[in-house]
Design a protein around this ligand. Structure first.
Ligand SMILES: *[C@@H]1O[C@H](CO)[C@@H](O)[C@H](O)[C@H]1NC(C)=O
Length: 340
C-alpha cells in the first residue's frame, strides 16, 4: 500500500504519548534499560531540517563540525547537510554522488552512511537499484577524492559490497568500529522485495526474512573478511520488517543495536534497541520503543547514533508529505539508554 497522507493524519490524531520510564526484566542481572521518550518539548528532540531528508546518518569532520547524509530528495541522489553544533543544520547545495558505478542505476539512492577512515579518507556506503534487476537494491561504496566530507564521493568498485539477490538484496548499510579498532558494516537483507504484498510488500504470508547482518571488513572499510553473521530478524512484534541498523558500544562493553520496526509509512514505525555482551550476539530485543509516534512526531525511524550520544532520525512532517530530520541526544552510559 502506498502512503496515504489523509489516513495517516487520522491515525496520528488518535495516538498518545509514550513517556514512561521502563525497566526491562529481560536484561542480564545488574543491567537496566531505562527509557524516557516523548516529543512534547521536555526532551532534547529538535526539528533539525524542515525538508525531506530521510534515513539520516552523520560524521564529525576534523574541524569539529558535523555532516549529515540522506536518501535521495531535493533534486539530489545523496543529500548533505552541515552543522557546527549538531542542533542548527543547513542543507548544502551539493551532489555527494555525481557518478554511478556500473552495477547500479536510478532512481533510488537510499540511506547513506559515512565514516572517516584512519587514512583520513571519508567513505560512504549507500543502497541503490541493481541494473540487472530493477526490483532489487544492493550496497555500494564510494570514497571522497579529497578530505572533504561533502564529497564528491566516487564509487570504488564495479561491483556492490553486499548483494544477496536471492534473499531480496541489501539496504541500510552502516559502519561500526569496535573499541579494538576492528571495522564492521551492518546492513539489512531486503526480504520485502521478495515478499507477497501488503504493508511494505511483506505482510502477506508467507513473510520473508529481513535479517540485520554484520560483516567484518578490513581497515579500508571496503574489503570483507569472512562471512556475514545474522544479528536479529523480524518477528511478529516487528510487523513486516526490521531495518536501519546502527550499532554502539557502551562504556561497560554492552553492544546496543538500534533499529527500526514496521513499515516506514506506518504509525508504528519506531526506533528500538537490542543488547548483547558479544558483538555477534545473541541480541536481546527490548519490546518497548526508544522512539515512537506521539502527538508531535509521526513514524520516527531510520536513526543513527554516535558514541557521543548524538542521534539523527527522520519523522513525517509538512502534512506527511516529507520525512524531516530530527536531532536528539541519547544517554548511553552503561547499558542504560534513554533520550534526554
Ligand atoms: C514484492 O515482491 C514481489 C516478489 O514476490 C516482487 O515481484 C515485487 O516487485 C515486490 N514489490 C515491491 C514494491 O517491492
Amino acid at each position: 500500500m502506498l502512503f496515504s497522507p489523509s489516513l495517516s493524519v487520522a491515525i496520528l490524531g488518535g495516538f498518545s504519548l509514550i513517556s514512561n520510564a521502563y525497566s526491562s526484566p529481560l536484561l542480564p542481572s545488574g543491567q537496566s534499560l531505562t527509557k524516557r521518550i516523548s516529543y512534547d518539548g521536555s526532551t532534547s528532540i529538535t526539528l533539525a531540517l524542515n525538508t525531506d531528508f530521510p534515513d539520516p546518518a552523520f560524521v564529525q569532520h576534523t574541524d569539529g563540525s558535523w555532516y549529515a547524509y540522506a536518501t535521495n530528495g531535493n533534486g539530489k541522489r545523496i543529500q548533505v547537510a552541515h552543522s557546527t553544533d549538531f542542533e542548527s543544520w543547513s542543507l548544502l547545495n551539493v551532489e555527494a554522488l555525481p557518478t554511478l558505478s556500473g552495477w547500479e542505476s536510478e532512481p533510488d539512492h537510499w540511506a547513506p552512511d559515512v565514516f572517516r577512515r584512519s587514512d583520513g579518507k571519508y567513505v560512504m556506503y549507500y543502497s541503490a537499484v541493481v541494473q540487472s534487476n530493477p526490483n532489487r537494491h544492493c550496497i555500494g561504496v564510494a570514497i571522497a577524492d579529497s578530505n572533504n566530507p561533502a564529497g564528491p564521493y566516487i564509487p570504488t568498485s564495479t561491483n556492490p559490497l553486499a548483494c544477496p539477490l536471492d534473499q531480496g538484496g541489501a539496504i541500510d548499510a552502516s559502519s561500526f568500529q569496535d573499541s579494538d579498532g576492528t571495522r564492521y558494516i551492518l546492513y539489512k537483507i531486503d526480504g520485502n522485495s521478495i515478499g507477497h504484498g501488503g504493508d511494505c510488500n511483506n505482510s502477506v504470508e508467507p513473510l520473508a526474512a529481513t535479517p540485520i547482518m554484520l560483516q567484518r571488513v578490513s581497515e579500508d572499510g571496503i574489503t570483507p573478511i569472512g562471512n556475514p553473521v545474522q544479528l536479529i530478524d523480524r518477528d511478529a512484534s516487528d510487523g513486516p520488517l526490521v531495518e536501519a541498523p546502527s550499532l554502539l558500544k557502551a562504556g561497560d562493553g554492552t553492544y546496543l543495536l538500534f533499529y527500526s520496526t514496521h513499515c516506514f509509512t506506518d504509525v508504528k514505525y519506531d526506533v528500538r534497541v537490542a543488547t548483547a555482551s558479544s558483538i555477534t550476539g545473541p541480541y536481546k530485543k527490548d519490546a518497548v520503543s526508544l522512539l515512537a509516534s506521539s502527538d508531535e512526531l509521526y513514524g520516527p525511524g531510520g536513526g543513527t547514533i554516535s558514541n557521543h550520544g548524538n542521534m539523527l532520525f527522520h519523522g513525517w512532517c509538512n502534512g506527511n508529505s516529507a520525512r524531516c530530520m530530527y536531532a536528539a541526544h541519547v544517554d548511553v552510559s552503561g547499558a542504560s539508554v534513554f533520550v534526554e
